[in-house]
Ligand binder design. Structure first.
Ligand code: AMP
Ligand code: ZN
Length: 430
């Protein structure tokens, strides 16, 4: 099912022409109205007219998270204040947030892109979407909310947390679709199990849109199994409207990124040099339609690759592979580079492991991985616990090349946050 068949299946050559035209319009606008880019263009000795092909985007300056923070609170705004309709900020945990402004056209357009995503994943006006993301400054809940309403689905603005109430809403209003973070989905699945609820039998949920933080294919399968839903990977970031940037189609094999709205590049995170399709690197995005706050070559820090092969669904917009982490997520433990997702991938493939884990770094370079047991997987025999602990440590060693201490803890005992999960606590004195 398509929301906008013409755009979604547009021939590549026409799509690229549209991209170039929109890129040039964007450049002319920022050149006239945004002092930050005026300055950057001057430093680089370039002007909007120098961009004649899509490849010329490489001549443009990058924009980083630090640039956006430095422009706080005014932002890199390209329209008069009277045209601003909404403010969001990034959910970044460090330092000042980033101020992100939307005009009316931007609010409508974000909903339009979200509507494409939802329709692509099978949502119709008959659906009831329980939105379990944080409402507020964070874009996650509101952009989804507007998109779902555009499709005509009924939205339950539940917000995150309070699982008892979530369950009640699901039971009483027969929600069919959930919008949820992976960490909360796992937690909620364990909660249902502890209540003796079988979602396939007792609830109407069929699909879950899961995103806002990295998760592995193993976690997807675990959520699908435990909640009895089809999980669609949903990618977005506040700097680019929030959710609705890239989303999985019914094939669940990579996320179509809406190329009529965003120009994507994959670059080497260290040198900034472009990488070919299929190679993993940092995703860099340029907005092609944003009115209030266009952003050029934004360094997302997200690590992914472009899947250039055409998708059997018929959409021509290229797909992103699962985000495997952020350039700033990498831990160095005893000289070894480790991404938290490598640990998650191992843990979520082990049936006795429950819904949550925490990586603790202490002392000189000691790593402890605290792992929750699955409900009902401890039979009281300590020897079995020790054996499981050893097995997990050995499997982790095979993946991350260093052997952490593994500590098994009861289900539900590790902290859960209402927003994004905190997977690593680093107290090292290095
Ligand atoms: P925010 O700007 O607060 O919406 O956070 C955006 C960030 O969340 C992205 O840059 C990613 O690092 C992360 N993120 C969002 N969706 C996903 C996803 N589906 N998979 C992995 N990471 C994601
Ligand atoms: Zn597809």
């Amino acid at each position: 099912m398509y929301w906008d068949r013409r755009i979604e299946t547009m021939e590549r050559s026409a799509l690229e022409r549209l991209q170039l035209q929109r890129l040039r319009t964007t450049l002319r606008r920022v050149e006239k109205t945004v002092p930050f880019y005026q300055q950057k263009f001057k430093e680089l000795g370039i002007a909007s007219r120098d961009v004649r092909t899509l490849e010329d985007v490489r001549r443009l300056p990058f924009t980083t998270g630090a640039d956006l923070r430095a422009s706080y609170p005014k932002g890199l705004v390209a329209v008069p204040a009277s045209r601003l309709l909404r403010l969001h900020t990034s959910s970044g945990t460090t330092g000042k947030p980033k101020a992100l402004f939307f005009s009316r056209a931007d609010v409508d357009n974000a909903a339009e892109l979200m509507a494409r995503c939802l329709t692509m994943a099978g949502v119709t006006a008959n659906d009831i979407l329980q939105n379990m993301m944080t409402y507020g400054l964070f874009t996650g809940a509101l952009v989804m909310h507007y998109g779902a309403e555009k499709v005509g689905a009924m939205v339950i603005p539940a917000g995150p947390g309070n699982s008892e109430k979530q369950l009640l809403l699901m039971q009483d209003f027969r929600s069919t679709v959930l919008h949820i973070t992976p960490s909360y989905a796992l937690y909620f699945a364990a909660f249902l199990q502890s209540k003796g609820i079988d979602p396939r039998r007792d609830l109407a949920i069929r699909r879950a849109f899961v995103g806002a933080e990295p998760y592995t294919e193993e976690t997807r399968r675990k959520i699908e199994k435990a909640l009895g839903v089809q999980v669609f990977n949903s990618y977005g970031l506040s700097e680019m409207n929030g959710p609705g940037v890239a989303f999985e189609c019914e094939r669940q094999d990579g996320m179509h990124l809406w190329e009529d709205n965003f120009l994507m590049e994959i670059v080497d995170p260290v040198t900034g040099e472009p990488l070919p399709d299929g190679r993993k690197g940092e995703l860099v995005l340029t907005t092609l339609r944003r009115e209030a706050m266009p952003i050029l070559r934004y360094r997302t820090r997200d690590i992914t690759s472009i899947l250039a092969k055409p998708c059997p669904c018929g959409r021509t917009h290229r797909r992103l592979s699962r985000i495997t982490g952020r350039t700033d997520d990498m831990l160095i433990v005893r000289g070894v580079n480790i991404y938290p997702q490598q640990i998650e991938q191992v843990l979520m493939g082990i049936p006795q492991v429950g819904s949550n884990y925490l990586i603790q770094l202490e002392g000189l370079d000691e790593m402890t991985v605290k792992v929750e047991l699955a409900e009902g997987s401890f039979d009281g025999k300590v020897e079995r616990l020790v054996a499981l602990q050893d097995e997990i440590a050995a499997r982790l060693r095979a993946e991350i090349l260093t052997k952490p201490r593994v500590e098994l803890v009861p289900p539900g005992s590790l902290p859960v946050s209402e927003g994004k999960a905190r997977r690593v606590v680093d107290h090292r004195k290095l």
